[in-house]
Design a protein around this ligand. Structure first.
Ligand SMILES: [Zn+2]
Length: 266
């Protein structure tokens, strides 16, 4: 069955995972910029990473016939050093013009600190001034609800931000309504441990409907599953969901959201 993987950190995965994705029916993979597992020491470290996302990784995916798109930003985990953050923000616009870049992401908050919030606001400003799509990372566990509220306030404080062009990712039962009520899109991240399981995601679909929502695996170098979305498809089938409804959630919805960027072409 066809689907789009809208959030996967393929730089941290092996070629076996590309094979798994295409075998399972994946028709495009989208990779937000994220933390590398260690703090990069200089702006040049970020430049190399953005080159990897915009040049090397799409070429690697192309060997498997898989279109690869990406999002560029400085991850909130690396926002504490404001001087470095400023240097990195200065080089972001040149990468936003690259042909596989869909917008600014995944921006957001990690520990909800003051510096993180400042860097988040700068990202929102860059995105809003260029009318870029925005992909938002929300914090983990106990910081999630408060962080999601702070992020939504920061987004709505910028009059140029259009909620239909923003996806709030990693929503869970206690944050999904916050995102959807304000007209944003919501992303559910399926993880074997933290975040959300396929069964919980399908529960949320049944409660909140299938408009402006997608599912992703967010696979990276941690415990995560590149086949989480196909497993959620199996769960939807098991519960008797119609094939067209499943296709809407796993293919048409991510397609509609990302097609707001004219560079997204399948
Ligand atoms: Zn991510």
């Amino acid at each position: 069955m066809r689907y789009i993987e809208p959030h996967a950190h393929m730089v941290s995965r092996t070629t076996d995972d590309y094979e798994k994705l295409i075998t399972a029916g994946c028709e495009a993979v989208c990779e937000p910029a994220f933390w590398a597992g260690f703090d990069r020491a200089s702006v040049e470290g970020f430049r190399d990473y953005y080159l990897q996302l915009t040049e090397y990784e799409p070429a690697r995916a192309a060997k498997f016939g898989l279109p690869h798109y990406t999002w560029i930003c400085l991850n909130p985990k690396e926002a504490e050093d404001l001087a470095l953050a400023k240097d990195v923000l200065d080089i972001i616009p040149e990468f936003l013009d690259k042909p596989n870049v869909l917008g600014v992401g995944e921006i957001g908050l990690n520990k909800n600190s003051r510096n993180e919030l400042e860097v988040l606001e700068r990202h929102i400003e860059i995105a809003a001034n260029r009318d870029e799509l925005i992909l938002v990372h929300t914090p983990h566990l106990e910081d999630k609800r408060k962080g999601t509220k702070l992020i939504i306030d920061a987004l709505l404080n910028n009059p140029k931000v259009r909620p239909e062009r923003v996806i709030i990712d990693h929503v869970e039962e206690h944050t999904i309504q916050l995102a959807m009520d304000k007209g944003f899109w919501a992303g559910m991240t399926l993880y074997p441990e933290s975040k959300c399981t396929p069964a919980r995601a399908v529960d949320m679909l049944e409660l909140y409907g299938t408009n402006r929502i997608w599912m992703n695996c967010a696979c990276d170098w941690g415990i995560s599953d590149p086949l989480a979305v196909p497993k959620a498809i199996v769960e939807m089938r098991r519960r008797g969901h119609d094939q067209n409804v499943i296709d809407k959630v796993v293919y048409q919805n991510p397609h509609s959201f990302m097609s707001q960027c004219p560079k997204f072409q399948l």
